[in-house]
Design a protein around this ligand. Structure first.
Ligand code: IZC
Ligand code: ZN
Length: 423
């Protein structure tokens, strides 16, 4: 077989291989790493991987790109399983309020926060939204992220939700980063439905969700279940109908207040529950029973000035599968850099480097329904691979705040070389 790319002599290869479902509890830390390894790629697939020197049957020729990864670490392309990619505008003006101590939910109550981004998003054209999102995708790719999830939820009417979802779908076709879309019309109640939340929920269920599904613009449905936004009852109604329409389910649960979103995720067997900073013990138990992935977003705690971070250790000890993501959005977490999240997860949530690597690769892939294709380095999987200029995975969280990426291979193609985009 023709080898298009051969990566050899890597000091470590984080394979994350050998488990065809999310890794739970202790599974998150064993058999993640292979010392001194190589990976062979043919077309868009991994066709060989191993330890030590490359065996003779792996035949290279003049056409093979040979990457010497001596002193470097090879990982699966990072998966950012929770982002709010497509939106207009920015919210740096909220920084001063935040510094004065005004809470996130109060800024939203005053008509700012999410609603200020809704205004900018409605004012933007589809191509303006695409150009802004494309710049973010480039930053993500340059930092080693090869697949993301992207939520709608800044349009909050039929036309503007469709505009954002179409933008994501077009970018998925045009940009090397793959995008899995989530419909999140239940992100906030828009101004035209102020005081009429029930009617807004009915509008989503009767008009928007069936239309998005018919146009095949989103695979998942998500709800911002939070005090003053959507209650557990609202979320149950929305997500139950979403499930009947064929959406897979996610839920922003117990981010700021312990409402019971995690319990609901377990009850509805959601694929994942996100945030979970204020989750109850019962919530964790229900999630375990429902095999719900815990998607943790420590960048949000960091950026919202919260002293509390999600209790990752309790979750892992309870046997849950944990994924980590940026939550990239213009308000609570304006960063595309998943490597910074890796550092926060270690330093603020006591996760080990092995657990963190698992959480941004194979578990992230399962959290967006792509665990069979990506997230680990094994024969037959898609060749989405990052070469980091670090001698081992411990170095990633340790040397924080910088970009460690040397090369990125997406779908078997070199797309980042020496930190420069080359696609
Ligand atoms: O725009 O503030 N938490 N949604 C739920 C967000 C944060 C995004 C935002
Ligand atoms: Zn979010």
């Amino acid at each position: 077989m023709k080898i298009d790319i051969l990566i050899k002599d890597a000091s470590q290869v984080a394979t994350c291989a050998g488990c065809d479902r999310p890794r739970r509890g202790k599974e998150m830390s064993y058999d993640i790493i292979m010392e001194d390894g190589w990976v062979a790629i043919s077309a868009d697939r991994i066709m060989g991987i191993g330890k030590g020197s490359v065996p003779r049957e792996i035949k290279t020729d003049d056409h093979t790109l040979v990457i010497d990864a001596m002193g470097k670490t090879v990982l699966p392309g990072l998966v950012d399983s929770h982002t709010h990619l497509v939106h207009g505008g920015s919210r740096e003006m909220e920084l001063a309020l935040k510094l004065e101590g005004v809470p996130y939910l109060e800024i939203l109550e005053r008509g700012g926060g999410i609603l200020s981004t809704v205004k900018s998003t409605r004012e933007a054209s589809e191509s303006q939204l695409m150009e802004k999102a494309r710049r973010s995708l480039d930053i993500m790719l340059a930092h080693g992220t090869t697949t993301i999830e992207a939520k709608s939820g800044y349009g909050l009417n039929l036309e503007d939700e469709l505009k954002c979802l179409r933008a994501a779908r077009k970018l998925d076709g045009q940009h090397p980063v793959d995008i899995v879309s989530t419909f999140m019309g239940a992100h906030a109640v828009p101004p035209e439905y102020d005081g009429k939340k029930e009617q807004y929920i009915d509008f989503l269920i009767q008009e928007v969700m069936p239309c998005v599904k018919r146009m095949d613009l989103a695979e998942f449905c998500d709800v911002f279940c939070e005090k003053g936004v959507f209650s557990v009852e609202d979320s149950r109604k929305l997500l139950t109908r979403a499930g009947e329409m064929g959406y897979k389910l996610k839920i922003h649960a117990d981010e700021i207040e312990s409402l019971g979103g995690a319990e609901l995720a377990g009850e509805l067997k959601a694929v994942s529950a996100e945030h979970l900073v204020a989750v109850s013990k019962k919530g964790l138990k229900r999630m375990k029973d429902g095999k719900v992935i815990a998607t943790l977003l420590p960048g949000t705690s960091f950026n919202l000035y919260m002293s509390k971070y999600a209790r990752a250790r309790d979750m892992i000890e309870a046997g849950l599968a944990v994924a980590l993501a940026t939550d990239y959005n213009p308000g609570s977490c304006p960063t595309e850099n998943l490597q910074f999240i890796i550092s926060l997860a270690c330093l603020k949530m006591n996760m080990t480097p092995e657990e963190v690597v698992c959480a941004v690769t194979i578990n992230g892939a399962h959290a967006i329904g792509r665990g069979k294709e990506i997230g680990s380095l094994e024969v037959g999987k898609k060749a989405d691979i990052v070469v980091m200029d670090v001698p081992n995975i411990d170095y990633l969280p340790y040397h924080f705040g910088i970009n460690h990426v040397d090369k990125v291979i997406k779908n078997g193609r070199l797309v980042v070389d020496g930190q420069r985009l080359v696609y």
